[in-house]
Design a protein around this ligand. Structure first.
Ligand SMILES: Cc1ncc(COP(=O)(O)O)c(C=O)c1O
Length: 391
């Protein structure tokens, strides 16, 4: 009989907690506040249909052929212009189009992480990044923070790390956003201690009160890699993201990408470029903001109305998530089956911490389901919590 010997990195591949939960929540009737799935009502289907037809009519053979690993040149130039407008020093030759920004995270780790080298992360941080980095066998260092995010003094713990992974805008999962002064202070400290930063910004455009300050990478020059995505401002299903990398890293990221998938689908890149090339996002994104802001407000009101005493949460100024701390004796993972039986789902917070712990936290997404259902979902969750606290 054949015996397969798996690589050590395969042991580090774990099922995504979120994807496992999403399977449960696909059951009809469950109000899922779990996955960070954009509202499908926000997808510009007609614009995509039109662009698809145009690409197939005007450049069918080019669009369906193998393409450059760096990405579709006009799309790279568009990204470079966008990022320059945000204060980054960006040129098209340093933009790598990726298959979602998730691939960017994998490529960055592939190029920068050796077994037992250190990677510094926020606590909590994006679970999908922990999943992308873990197979390369880093040691994670959690950076202490406050309600706003990591503190400059805490960066000293990251000295010598291969990079610090930062989500300055409406973080997944905590919803927190770094202010301008904190960004300045963090950038200054990172430069002082020679700490490279990987900035991930899928949510920056989803602000509901005021735009966030410019990216931290704008203050770091060649000391930062910056990742962006079309998933939250257009559609996630076309799997389009991008990396802006310093010249010293770019060729290695490109070679890693070639090894992974040769290139991101050229057809998708051309379709998206056709949609966005004439300022479409400037008209479209405000409609997403208005929709999500009303959802956020519905969740805030529902939490205030229904949650039992002893629970705390942030009110995010953007992004997709509320982060909830339950009374310390409650375990959000253990409670999840009861919440699902009561008709709702959330994501337990513990997997978002590289160092574990924090069993009493959970993440709620407010973007996917309609406000009336958000209310019903929060009411169901609150009822489960009240019954558990009373027992
Ligand atoms: C913080 C963060 N980074 C990256 C991603 C990956 O996004 P995509 O691969 O769709 O661009 C996500 C997805 O939810 C995310 O929340």
């Amino acid at each position: 009989m054949t015996s397969w010997h798996m690589a050590r990195r395969a042991e580090r591949l774990n099922p995504s907690t979120i994807r496992e939960i999403l399977k449960i929540t696909e059951r009809p009737g469950i109000i899922s506040l779990a996955g960070g799935l954009p509202a499908t009502e926000s997808f510009p289907v007609a614009a995509l249909q039109e662009a698809t037809a145009r690409v197939l009519r005007e450049t069918p053979r080019e669009a369906l052929q193998y393409a450059a690993s760096e990405g579709f040149a006009p799309l790279r130039a568009w990204v470079a212009d966008e990022l320059s407008a945000q204060g980054l020093s960006a040129s098209a030759d340093r933009v790598l189009i990726t298959t979602g920004s998730q691939q960017g995270l994998d490529l960055v780790a592939k190029v920068l992480v050796d077994p037992a080298s250190r990677v510094a992360v926020e606590a909590p941080t994006y679970l999908g990044a922990l999943q992308a980095f873990a197979p390369y066998e880093p040691e994670f260092t959690e950076i202490e923070g406050d309600a706003e995010g990591p503190t400059p003094a805490a960066l000293d713990a990251a000295r010598g790390a291969r990079f610090l992974y930062l989500l300055p805008n409406f973080q997944n999962p905590s919803g927190r956003c770094l202010g301008a002064a904190r960004r300045d202070a963090l950038a200054e400290r990172a430069l002082e201690i020679g700490l490279p930063v990987v900035e991930d910004n899928p949510y920056g455009e989803l602000w509901y009160d005021a735009p966030p300050p410019p990216p931290i990478a704008a203050r770091l020059g060649d000391g930062a890699v910056y990742l962006g995505s079309f998933s939250k401002v257009l559609v996630p299903g076309l799997r389009l993201g991008y990396v802006l990398a310093p010249a010293v890293l770019y060729p290695k990221l490109l070679q890693a990408k070639q090894a992974a998938d040769l290139h991101t689908p050229g057809f998708n890149q051309r379709v998206v470029y056709e949609v966005i090339k004439d300022g479409f996002l400037a008209r479209h994104v405000p409609t997403i903001r208005a929709r999500y802001k009303s959802h956020r407000d519905a969740m805030r009101v529902a939490l205030e109305q229904h949650m039992p005493a002893g629970c705390r949460w942030n009110v995010p100024a953007g992004g997709m998530f509320f982060w909830v701390e339950l009374p310390p004796q409650l375990d959000a993972t253990a409670l999840l089956p009861r919440a699902v039986a009561a008709g709702m789902a959330y994501v337990p917070g513990a997997p978002f911490f590289a160092g574990g712990g924090h069993a009493n936290t959970l993440r709620l997404s407010f973007v996917t389901v309609a406000p009336a259902l958000i209310e019903a979902g929060i009411a169901a969750l609150a009822q489960v919590l009240k019954e558990t606290l009373a027992s």
